[in-house]
Every structure is written in C-alpha cells, then in structure tokens.
Design a protein around this ligand. Structure first.
Ligand code: HEM
Length: 413
C-alpha cells in the first residue's frame, strides 16, 4: 500500500515542473452537469498534462499518445483505485477492473467466453426484439424519455437474464443500479447512499448464487461457480464482486452512448436516412459515436513507483486520470477531429479504453448499439429531441443524461 499523496505535495511538484494547475472537478463543478464533454474538451487548453487540485488531487492526461503510453503500461501504472474523485479512497475493489497483472490476466481469460463474439451472437435476437418492442410502444405514445424508456431498457432486456437476475424485477434493478451509477462526491459525499444501493443489488446476487450452487442454470453466476483460478474455485465473495461489476459496467455505459448518439442523429436527417438506405455505414457510425461520445470519459490510474514521466517527477501513489474525450479528439491523431464523421477510416478511438483493461464487453456493446441503430430507425426514421442545453448529466464512472425528451415525427432543425 503506497503513501497517500497530498494535494500540497503534488501541486508543488506540478508548479516546479511548469505544469498548469486547475480546479478540474467533474463530480462537483456544475459545468460538468450541463455539458460534461464540452467542459472536458475545454481542459485541453491546459496542456497535454495538467494537475487538478479537486478532490484528493490528480494529474490529468489529455493527449492521445500519452494516454496510450500510460494505459498500456501496467508495470508503472496500476488500476487499483476506482473512485479517484471520491473524497475518500475506494472502500472495496471491482473485479477485474481494479486488478493488475498477473491476477488480472487470469480473470480476463476466465471471463472471455462469457462476452466473446459467439456468446454475444446468441444475445442478438433478444436485443433486436427489445428495440422493436420499445419502438412500437413509443410510436403508439408519440413521445418518451429516450433515456429511461429505451436506452436503459435495451441493455437490461439483453443482460439481466444472462446475469441470472429476476427479470420481473427489471425496473427495480435498473433504478437501483442507476442510482448507484449517479452517486458521486457532490450528491453522496460520505458514500452512504452508494453503500445502500449496492447492498440491495448484492443481496439479489447472493440469493442467485446460492440458488445456482444448488441448481446450475445457463447463466453467468452458474458459469463462475464452475470456474477455478490456479486450481482453486472462486469464492462466493469473488463471484459476487464479479457479478456486481459486470452488471454495473454493462447498463449505464451502453445506454449513455445510445442516448448521446440518438440526440446527435435527431439533428442529422441525412445520416438517419443513410442508416436505412446504406446499412454498410452503420459500423462506421457506431465507431464514430464511441470516439465522439466516450461514455466512460475518465480512466483512473495510480503510479506504482517513483518515475520521471517525460520530465514530470511522479511519485508512488500519485493519482492520474486519462481524459478520453480529449484523447479521442487529439488533432495530432484524428483529421478534422472535432467533426462527427461516420465515414472516418481509420478510427483508432480509445472509447473502450486501451491495453489489458480494454472493455471486456465491447462486442456486447457494439451489438446492442447496432441493434438499436438498425431496428429503431427502421420503425422510427424521423424524430426530434428536447433542447439539449436544458438536459442535465450525472457523472460518476460514466456520463449519464438524466433525461432525453424524445418526440416521434418530422425533425425541426
Ligand atoms: C458503449 C458501451 C461501453 C463503453 C463506452 C465502455 C467503456 C469501457 C472502458 C473505457 C473501459 C476501460 C476502463 C479502464 O481502463 O479503466 C471498460 C472496461 C470494462 N468494461 Fe466496458 N464499456 C461499455 C460497455 C460494456 C459492457 C456492455 C460490458 C459488459 C459486461 C462492459 C464490461 C466492462 C468490464 C468488465 C470492464 C473492465 C475490464 C478490465 O478492467 O479488464 N462494458 N469499458
């Protein structure tokens, strides 16, 4: 366990190295609630790396090459902390995100079959059916809150059964998980609301794991119960943590990307038409959405041992944040970086992260996004959304629009 680095210590080192110092506070600064991506992009002006005195203090890395260098170097940079911005260190760990190699490698290998392309293929009919059903409901009503009524429902319809969770409690699970994903230093400074939300979902998993131990089924808890690492079965606590992590990582992230993409498409009738007339463009559209709207915008890392990083005297325990919105629009890497271009080739975005911790659910997320884009626009080719300048966002690990008012019919541009 490393020393806790104080803001004063790191700030003095940043100042001596000529690095800019900002109060960059995604959880408590209201600017991030109004326009999270815009506010993050504006921080690029502070340089490739700056220091933020917010929360417990952290260095922010904005350039693509430096994010890549750090994200792929697990020898020098650890993943052990989740809640970088929280006013106190994270109480527990998530598996696998907070493990480092070699433990991390073994867990990723063990989880791979659950989220492989062939496993995801089996879930595709459920995703498409979910989008078609929701589209019919919305067309009948004429309007909806796209975030709550569609974007969050599709990943839940696809994944909850796979997680062994009782689908009749979908609303409750989604609401609880959503709450957990929205809690941060500004609305839950002592972490007590997060603990309560976590307990409720964990209790459901405790019951499912006990049941599957008696009677295995074809789902993730049953799979995990049958696994061994280094010749030893996983403990119930490990299985519980993994189930909670998979649920947490799978819902809000995909929903958020869906909502941000649909909000963008609402103002792009030509792009919407192309979806139906030129299905081959959908893959490029989705990759561009992942580049342009990274729903997990801040990747935390911790310095493992004192290191000179491009002239910066980083110490063991220094907290870092890789800022994906700026990395994904780095003008040195992407032509016309601030333009949304569905035909962008190549598109080396890092919206799914990078290195050994690259998103484990990327195949699932891409499949769900494709199902949404194709099935939704086949049934609802024209629509408009509410004034985005009035839409608020919550930010903890992922960015989440709180609502997205949506009206079926000709768009007004
Ligand atoms: C559009 C949707 C999604 C986006 C943008 C996204 C993004 C990311 C990013 C950026 C990371 C890297 C975090 C880091 O390096 O610190 C990550 C990790 C992860 N994601 Fe996703 N994700 C999405 C959907 C999903 C889904 C559907 C699942 C399904 C279970 C999932 C499971 C995970 C897991 C387990 C990790 C941890 C991987 C590790 O540490 O080895 N994600 N995701």
């Amino acid at each position: 366990m490393s020393n806790e680095i104080t803001v004063e210590d790191a700030e003095a080192r940043a100042r001596a190295a000529g690095v800019q110092i900002l109060d960059f506070d995604p959880e408590c600064d209201p600017a991030f609630r109004d326009d999270p991506l815009g506010t993050m992009l504006a921080a690029r002006r502070a340089g490739d790396i700056f220091y933020s005195t917010a929360a417990r203090g952290f260095w922010v890395v904005t350039s693509y090459p430096l994010c890549r260098e750090i994200g792929t170097d697990t020898d020098n940079f650890s993943n052990r902390e989740t809640f970088t911005f929280y006013r106190k260190p994270s109480p527990g760990i998530h598996i696998p995100p907070n493990l480092d190699p070699p433990e991390h490698t073994k867990i990723r290998r063990m989880l791979a079959p659950l989220l492989s392309p062939s496993a995801v293929k089996k879930l595709e009919p459920a995703a498409r059916e979910s989008v078609r059903r929701l589209a019919d409901e919305v067309v009948a009503r004429g309007h909806c809150d796209f975030m709550a009524d569609v974007a969050l429902r599709v990943p839940a319809d696809v994944f909850l059964e796979h997680m062994g969770l009782p689908v009749e409690h979908t609303d409750d699970i989604v609401a609880t998980r959503l709450l957990a994903g929205e809690l941060n230093a500004s609305n839950d400074p002592d972490g007590s609301r997060l603990a309560a939300a976590t307990t409720k979902i964990n209790q459901m998993f405790v019951e499912v794991i006990a049941e599957r131990r008696r009677r295995p089924a074809d789902d993730i808890p049953s799979y995990l119960l049958a696994q061994e690492i280094d010749g030893k079965p996983l403990t119930d606590k490990e299985i519980l943590t993994m189930c909670y992590t998979l649920l947490g990582t799978s819902l809000g992230t995909t929903a958020s990307t869906m909502a941000m993409l649909v909000a963008h498409l609402a103002h792009e009738p030509g792009l919407r038409r192309s979806i139906t007339t030129d299905p081959d463009m959908v893959g490029g559209l989705i990759e561009e959405a992942l580049r342009y709207f990274p729903s997990i915008p801040l990747l935390p890392r911790t310095v493992r041992a004192d290191i000179d990083f491009h002239g910066l005297p980083w110490k063991e325990g220094d907290r870092l944040v890789l800022l994906l919105p700026t990395a994904n629009t780095d003008p040195g890497v992407f032509d016309e970086a601030s333009t949304f271009d569905a035909d962008r080739r190549p598109n080396r975005h890092i919206g799914f992260g990078l290195g050994p911790h690259t998103c484990a659910g990327s195949h699932l997320a891409r499949m769900e996004l494709r199902a949404l884009v194709e099935e939704w626009h086949a049934k609802v080719p024209d629509y408009r959304v509410g004034d985005l300048s009035e839409v608020k966002h919550e930010l903890s690990v992922a960015i989440r629009m709180t609502t997205l008012p949506f009206v079926v019919g000709s768009s007004v541009n």
